[in-house]
Ligand binder design. Structure first.
Ligand SMILES: [Fe+2]
Length: 311
């Protein structure tokens, strides 16, 4: 009986991995969706309220000041799951970005292509209110409270757009390779390199702040209560100035705190690194990076090989 009640409590709303609405969208192949706001349960709003409340002091202490400002600029309600259209009302005038609801994983090229168009694929489900630290897949707290505040910053937003342009460059280069096996191998390597670079910057990046203090700007860190303190304070974390040749060859695992993080000097520095990434790609330096995580799925590969690219 207790189990039954538990299932009902969470499956009625938009709870991560337990939402019939999302299951149905995925089954019918609908990737871009409307945020079905009325489906959020009180349980879902409760999860948002708890997550948002406990991050406040952590953000004050460990986040890049631009992020704090972004949270204010978006006027997020601390008590209710945000409506994406409300978020976009504040976000769009600042950098042209907007959050766009999706039903789940977006194949790599499509994801980067959205960034190029200043759209951010955004998960609408939220983790269970009784398991705040367990996150089997991204949720709306990670996407809206972790990513989107940074999108209010012009330099950061422009960097995301550059990632989208670099994805187009990759598709262009690889679609020109005639031999199919070679094409798949090169594409897999390039996707791996770009995914690693994205992971160690946009998701888990550190920056040198005022007076040399290290702060977090990566959304995986900014949306994690435990890891945000750990990434700055723990002696167990290796923190090194970013080197592109290291990052593109460095595997990562997603199911535990990151033991190795990279520091950039500024968003201008990050932007220039994305330029370098593209230059290296054109020179073939990403064609055979070190194997290992992340896995490149068949859908990711296909998304690049069949991409419609701007010429
Ligand atoms: Fe993310």
């Amino acid at each position: 009986m207790a189990v039954r009640e538990d299932v009902d409590k969470f499956s009625s709303g938009l709870t991560t991995t337990q939402s019939p609405f999302i299951e149905e969208a995925r089954t019918s192949g609908k990737l871009y969706i409307e945020q079905p706001y009325k489906l959020y349960s009180e349980e879902n709003h409760d999860a948002w309220r708890k997550l948002f409340a406990r991050m406040q002091s952590r953000w004050d202490q460990y986040a890049k000041p631009h992020f704090r400002k972004g949270i204010e600029n978006l006027s997020l309600d601390p008590n209710r799951v945000p409506r994406l259209e409300d978020v976009n009302k504040f976000l769009k005038p600042l950098t042209g970005f907007r959050a766009k609801a999706v039903s789940g994983y977006v194949p790599a090229f499509l994801f980067f292509d959205c960034l190029r168009n200043r759209e951010f694929p955004t998960t609408v489900t939220i983790r269970r209110s009784d398991k705040l630290d367990y996150l089997p897949e991204p949720d709306i707290f990670h996407d809206i409270a972790g990513h989107v505040p940074m999108h209010t910053d012009k330099a950061f937003a422009d960097t995301l757009v550059r990632f989208g342009e670099v994805a187009h460059t990759a598709a262009d280069i690889v679609q020109g390779i005639k031999d199919e096996d070679e094409q798949a191998a090169v594409m897999t390597s390039i996707i791996k390199a770009v995914a690693r670079f994205f992971w160690f910057t946009i998701e888990f990046g550190l920056m040198r702040g005022e007076k040399g203090k290290i702060v977090a700007y990566g959304s995986g860190l900014l949306s994690s209560y435990g890891e945000l303190a750990h990434c700055i304070d723990s002696p167990e974390v290796q923190r090194y100035p970013i080197q592109i040749e290291w990052v593109i060859n460095q595997y990562f695992e997603i199911d535990h705190y990151q033991p190795l993080l990279f520091i950039v000097d500024s968003f201008d520095h990050l932007f220039s690194l994305v330029d370098t990434l593209e230059k290296w790609m054109k020179e073939g330096k990403l064609n055979n990076v070190s194997p290992g995580e992340p896995e490149v799925s068949a859908d990711d590969l296909k998304s690049f090989l069949h991409a419609e690219i701007a010429k």
